[in-house]
Ligand binder design. Structure first.
Ligand SMILES: [Zn+2]
Length: 81
């Protein structure tokens, strides 16, 4: 079975997207359209390890831009590895 159950409320988790926001000293980084599992019942979100490490990469690039607000779209962001 591929269906996953929410550990918090027992609801069903579905594939969705979310926004990921990081505050730091000089500003804020927002990454949109991040793939995530979202509980249909309570709205809790889970991001996979793979997605999370890509997010970290985007955030570290964004911090170097030194902008007050940096908005990135997850899907259109490719990281040189
Ligand atoms: Zn839930």
């Amino acid at each position: 079975m591929k269906e996953e159950i929410c550990a918090i409320c027992g609801g069903e988790k579905v594939d969705s997207t979310t926004s990921f926001t990081v505050d730091f000293n000089n500003g804020v980084v927002v990454v949109r359209d991040v793939p995530a599992k979202v509980c249909m019942q309570c709205g809790e979100e889970w991001i996979s390890d793979e997605i999370a490490s890509k997010l970290e990469g985007i955030v570290s690039i964004a911090k170097k831009q030194n902008q007050e607000i940096f908005v990135a779209k997850f899907g259109s962001y490719s990281l040189a590895s």
